[in-house]
Design a protein around this ligand. Structure first.
Ligand SMILES: Cc1cc2nc3c(=O)[nH]c(=O)nc-3n(C[C@H](O)[C@H](O)[C@H](O)COP(=O)(O)O)c2cc1C
Length: 398
């Protein structure tokens, strides 16, 4: 079987957004309604511009699926655009600060339009479609991803506010995906104010993943470490400027005792597999990753999004025809896309995790992957006998 890979194609106002996934196992039921639901979630949120009213995103499978199941072959997904004007959209001459406009224009010696059409976050529709399919694979192994907004512009719930896993299931009920009701109100007011002033806002969202086994990722080489791979994937989403795992930047200001997570072990009952048995962590400062490998605790990733770059009251720029100072060009635009970005983050994280899953349990078919997964779980729940933990304090008698 091939290594799981994802690539996208498509322009913002071209035929559509396309995702090419290679390496999915044979026999995965694709759950089409779930994929469409993820695309609909990406379109929502307080502070969006006019484009999301035009598009009604739906996934179409162009290859790799038969009778509703993956064929073990490359999968090509399409989300067709309704706002089709690639050939007729006006050229821009004043590059927008915060966009690829100027650097892309100079690098490719191309019109700004040719750059922005591909740089646009419309591409995230392809990521969500592909990521949602990866999420369907993860669900087969009991892995679930949730997210919520933890800061929007200057508004932040108090540090003591820590919603639980069940609370996170309700994040979609909030238009800003924030579970702290007083902050939610303030966040919407901040977006209203930014909109009035021709300005924009960003913020921070948190992703939480439950059900990951110990051992995804690899400590042996820089580009196999799962923390690095997650950071790269999240940073590659348009407008994401910071990624933290676990305590992240907060850990840097604390002592080791305050940050690291003690290790506990619960012996399994005799005979049958005991889900409560095995290694446990009473705290989770590491956010589920140590040495680039999952440690069995929930994975916690925080992602920072900068404010949207297109400003209705634009910053100054330069007219590329004259070299004279002029206001930056304007395109139809969101004022705040943080809630949608958190949905993109959820689904694109699923791609990275599915890739690590396929590496660890890889098989040509879903059934083979499940057999490998089950055998591994049985092994990792074994009592301490057998030598794998010999030589440490855990060898002490009961
Ligand atoms: C869901 C989502 C929606 C976005 N919508 C817009 C938008 O309407 N207008 C805009 O200027 N930027 C928008 N962006 C961000 C830009 O695409 C991004 O800032 C730009 O391509 C430059 O890339 P960089 O910020 O990663 O350097 C959006 C980003 C995301 C994730």
């Amino acid at each position: 079987m091939a290594h799981l890979t994802f690539h996208s194609a498509g322009e913002s106002h071209g035929r559509g957004c396309f995702a090419f996934l290679e390496g999915l196992p044979y026999g995965l039921p694709v759950d089409h309604p779930f994929l469409d639901a993820q695309l609909a979630r990406r379109q929502m949120g307080y502070g969006r511009g006019g484009r999301m009213k035009i598009e009604k995103d739906k996934v179409e499978f162009l290859s790799g699926v038969r009778h509703g199941k993956t064929m073990g072959a490359p999968v090509l997904l399409a989300v067709f655009n309704k706002d089709l004007r690639l050939e007729t959209a006006p050229e821009l001459f004043c590059p927008r600060p915060g966009h690829a406009d100027l650097a892309g224009h100079l690098k490719f010696d191309a019109p700004i339009r040719d750059v922005l059409e591909r740089a646009s976050a419309r591409e995230t529709a392809a990521r969500v479609a592909a990521g949602a399919l990866c999420r369907v694979l993860l669900r087969e192994f009991g892995v679930e991803i949730r997210s919520h907004v933890v800061a929007l512009g200057p508004v932040e719930p108090p540090e003591s506010f820590r919603p639980g896993w069940d609370d996170l299931a309700r994040a979609d009920e909030s238009e800003v995906r924030c579970l702290h009701a007083p902050s939610e109100k303030k966040m919407k007011a901040a977006i209203d104010k930014a909109k009035q002033e021709g300005d924009t806002l960003g913020g921070v969202y948190e992703l939480v993943v439950q059900g990951l086994p110990i051992g995804l990722g690899d400590h042996t080489q820089w580009d196999r470490k799962l923390d690095g791979r997650i950071a790269q994937a999240m940073m590659s989403i348009q407008a994401m400027k910071g990624v933290e795992i676990g305590m992240g930047f907060r850990a840097a200001r604390k002592s080791g005792r305050e940050v690291h997570d003690a290790i506990e072990y619960a012996r399994p009952g005799a005979g049958a597999r005991d889900p409560a048995a095995g290694f446990r962590r009473p705290t989770n400062g590491a956010g589920g990753l140590e040495g680039g490998i999952t440690n069995g605790a929930p994975l916690i990733v925080r992602v920072a999004m900068k404010p949207i770059s297109t400003l209705m009251k634009p910053l100054m720029s330069v007219d590329l025809n004259t070299g004279e100072a002029y206001k930056a060009s304007i395109e139809r635009s969101d004022f705040c896309a943080l809630p949608a970005a958190s949905v993109v983050g959820e689904n694109f994280l699923a791609f990275v995790l599915a890739q690590a899953f396929c590496e660890k349990f890889g098989g040509d078919s879903l059934d083979e992957m499940k057999r490998n997964h089950d055998a591994y779980l049985a092994y990792s729940n074994l009592p301490l006998a057998g030598g794998k933990t010999k030589g440490g304090a855990s060898d002490a008698p009961e």
